[in-house]
Design a protein around this ligand. Sequence first.
Ligand code: GAP
Length: 446
Amino acid sequence: MSESGLKDMAELVSLCKRRGIVFPSSEIYGGINACWDYGPLGVEIKKAVKDRWWKAMTDRADVEGVDAAILMHPRTWEASGHVEGFVDPLVDCKTCKGRFRADKMDVTPCVQKPSKMASACDGEKGEPRLFNLMFKTHMGPVEESAAVVYLRPETAQGIFVNFLNVQQTMRQKVPFGIAQIGKAFRNEITPGNFIFRTREFEQMEMQFFVEPGTDMEWFEKWREIRFQWHLDNGLRREKIRWHAHGPGELAHYAKAAFDIEYEFPFGWQEFEGIHNRSDFDLRRHQEFSGKRMEYIDEIKKTRYLPFVVETSAGCDRSVLVLLAEAFRKGVAEGEERVYLKLHPEIAPYKVGIFPLMKKPELTEYADKIFDGLHKKYRCTYDDGGSIGKRYRRQDEIGTPYGVTIDYDTLSNHTVTVRDRDSMAQERISAEKIADYVGEKIKNWRA
Ligand code: GAP
């Protein structure tokens, strides 16, 4: 069978809608720009990604978890530099009424003439204006400036302000880390590319607090760990790469930074950043709050502000990477076949159960298999349409294994197991399905 990967994002968007993975938000009202809802299967995929990340981070004795509030004291964002510095240059076009990020006009199509990039069209452009990306709202019933609060633009600050709370209550010693998964909000000027750049998204962030001087060593360690995590999720080595931030690219807080990029149909793009944030954040919070943020090393009898190595992944963007990577299209047995080659642990269902026909003797047997197996592996049951059609439906949502119950099953208690990736079929004892699936999942490789 010949096959190709994802060439056009529209194919993935349409599959996600058709198969209950991602829907446009508020669709009955015409949708809302760049907002998306995860459907029943999408929520399972996203949860699997978060669970794998959480386990990889917090199974370590040196990483603790937190879940901080989205709304934080507004001084947090002054200290972090976001009130002053979290800005993008915005350009308005008087001709097409488009709004563009000044630094992205070479890659953003003109609204009126999409064949031309905004930088190359004849539209009359205004001067760039700085636009702060934080969403503002008001705390309490009065909309006055004293009541302004922000929706957090990154989860990291909820960790920095809790550094000593976590260190002291958990009796951790530096080096140690704090992990968090949660929503972040950015009023992006040009969101787009499906769930790649949205205004509401989830981050999976971990801040690792280290003694100054050991920061670059930890930075390298965490780069290696994070890259390997993505490979373990099933990304092909040739589809991900490092991008080192040059001096002009570094964020205001960063001493060193590397992005992990994926090759999407729309080009290489970042989906995780590893940053050496130095002691910038703790120092600034100490200054703005007036509270000492130093770590006391009881053994060395010293106190200092730790440096921080941050691993910051977008959860939605990681889901998009995994979906784009998994998308395969080809021809099999004379028909077009689309399937999602998802890691079995990330696939929404692990096994599809199919009685060959809707006959009570077959469906009763299939029901029993479903009830037994579903306790261990998330299963789906399908008895509608030809078996070929049912395989195709499961292929499109990435179900890695299909179990068919036929008349031979009734006489010799064997079933056919079909592998999503190779389409190979094997006859095995019905009693052994759980062990067989377990082994297959354990040994799966992209
Ligand atoms: N705390 C550091 C930080 O937030 P960032 O590079 O701005 O760093 C980290 O964001 C990750 O968050 C990105 O690599 C990306 O995966 C995700 N992300 C950022 N903005 C996003 C957006 N508008 N939509 C979806 N994901 C976004």
